[in-house]
Design a protein around this ligand. Sequence first.
Ligand SMILES: Nc1nc2c(ncn2[C@@H]2O[C@H](COP(=O)(O)OP(=O)(O)OP(=O)(O)O)[C@@H](O)[C@H]2O)c(=O)[nH]1
Ligand SMILES: [Mg+2]
Length: 184
Amino acid sequence: MADRDDADGRPEVRRAVLCGPGRSGKTATLTAWAGLLGCPAPVVALPSAVKTGDAFEYLTVPAGAARPSLHLLTTPGRLACGEERRLLLRGADAVVFTLDSRVWRQDANLILLDELGAELADPGRAGGRAALLLQYNHRDDPEALPLAELEALFNPVGWPSLPTVAVTGEGLPDLLALLLARLR
Ligand SMILES: Nc1nc2c(ncn2[C@@H]2O[C@H](COP(=O)(O)OP(=O)(O)OP(=O)(O)O)[C@@H](O)[C@H]2O)c(=O)[nH]1
Ligand SMILES: [Mg+2]
């Protein structure tokens, strides 16, 4: 993680990036977090290098009493947007992998988590220093796999993980607290 303060003694910015397959709930999560943090809605942007036209969102959160200022970003989840994800992961202090619990999205979860793993495993690449958190989203769906099954499939390492329902906000305050604890 970067040094705590810059040359003027101001807190450094921490950067957290939400990754995960398309429609897994990254934008819904960031939008809910903006509300919890008392910020305006996230800003929608197109990466400058975009070839696909897929958008992502970012949120700048001013420093609070107990934390530095934050840049929170989503990434486009479509498979073809690997280059955009790689660029957006650059300098990440933490990555939240927003996993889709629905049974028919497990291939997409695997492909995107594999791609992220390659980034995080290589210290010379964009996300080399980032802490990883797992978000099991879409827990309200009748086709959601049991949590224990998802943990066995995706989390043998034991990364911090939490179940969420991003449209209702369930689990999102706890997930934000977990993230902020890793961005101090
Ligand atoms: N029922 C339910 N719907 C959800 C949940 N999370 C997100 N959604 C809905 O699923 C759709 C996709 O959510 P987004 O937050 O846009 O997904 P995303 O991961 O940002 O998708 P991309 O930007 O395409 O990669 C939206 O209609 C959301 O309202 C959830 O936990 N439960
Ligand atoms: Mg999105």
